[in-house]
Design a protein around this ligand. Structure first.
Ligand code: 8YV
Length: 317
């Protein structure tokens, strides 16, 4: 009998799914109607789990998988997995470190340009036929220039650094905040997020969420101010979404580009109705190139763990 793998989130790459199915019996948990009953019956036979970065796996489910040898996260964020518990159990939790850096940084810049230049509102204006009805240039408000902006990066890890490289190519001035200054980063470090926001035309959130929930609140948004933009490609929980919605609706910040939300896939109506916001459905890593690389890493982690090796991408063992 082949080893039993529990797949909590779909992997969208057919070639990798084929390889998984050749080597393992893969159970698609997301298609199971009564998951509690399924776990009671089959939990003890599962030796590997794959899941998504922001969806993770609950401790309650982990506790029902006594023979588990690896949790292979198809993502870079592991904030939705109880790492301390997995460490105690000696259970490797792997992530797709480095695989999605470039794509996430690309989307951050894309969202920022879209927000500054009102790309989505402009698209709706043309698509909806309003241009023909209101051809005078004053029908569309002037936008803001992205090149040369002062960018405040929150979280100078892999993604933050890749955003800095791109923004620098646009002539932007870059400052950042993190838990501590990074010796190998030449940009200006700012300890306090309020100060970073005050000095920035745009804040770009690239931080892990575990130690930073709700850090972007009304005070930070007011420090960013009515000409400031917010971009979030990290986790929705970094932002107080109620404060953000209120600030956008009242014009206390100029606009936002958001790929992530507090309660995905639910997005507050006021955000969906606002022309100052560009929205994406948590798709920063969703390219063929990156998702293929990520899926291959998941497969490698499972293969290594089930061969009795320490997976190269393990964060806990
Ligand atoms: C993915 C992510 O959407 O890497 C992460 O932490 O949130 C995203 O890249 C997700 O992991 C896909 O399963």
């Amino acid at each position: 009998m082949k080893p039993q793998v529990l797949q909590l989130n779909p992997i969208l790459i057919p070639a990798v799914n084929d390889k998984l199915a050749e080597r393992y019996t893969v159970h698609k948990f997301f298609e199971v109607a009564d998951q509690a009953a399924w776990l009671r019956e089959h939990g003890a036979s599962i030796v590997a789990v794959t899941t998504g970065g922001h969806t993770g796996i609950s401790r309650a489910v982990l506790e029902q998988l006594p023979k588990l040898k690896v949790v292979a996260v198809n993502g870079v964020g592991t904030d939705a997995v109880d790492l301390a518990y997995c460490r105690e159990r000696g259970l490797p939790v792997t992530a797709t470190l480095g695989a999605l850096t470039e794509d996430v940084a690309d989307l951050a810049i894309g969202l920022l340009i879209a927000a500054c230049r009102n790309l989505c509102a402009g698209d709706r204006f043309v698509r909806g036929g309003q241009w023909e009805l209101y051809p005078q240039p004053s029908a569309i408000p002037l936008a803001r220039r992205f090149s040369g902006m002062r960018i405040g990066i929150v979280g100078m890890g892999r993604v933050g650094r890749a955003v800095a490289v791109r923004a620098a190519a646009f002539g932007c001035t870059i400052s950042y905040t993190d838990l501590r200054p990074m010796e190998d980063v030449a940009h200006r470090f700012v300890t306090d997020l309020l100060d970073l926001a005050r000095d920035a035309d745009a804040l770009v959130l690239c931080a892990a969420a575990d130690k930073a929930e709700g850090i972007v609140n009304a005070a930070v948004l007011d420090a960013l101010g009515p000409r400031g933009f917010l971009v979030n490609v990290a986790r929705g929980r970094l932002v107080n979404e109620t404060d953000l919605t209120a600030a956008l609706v009242a014009g206390r910040i100029a606009g936002a580009g958001l790929d992530v939300f507090v309660d995905e896939p639910r997005v507050p109506l006021a955000l969906r109705q606002s022309d100052s916001v560009t929205l994406q459905a948590h798709r920063a890593s969703a390219t063929w190139e990156t998702r293929t690389a990520m899926a291959e890493m998941v497969l490698a982690s499972i293969t290594q763990a089930l061969a009795g090796e320490r997976p190269a991408m393990s964060l806990t063992t």
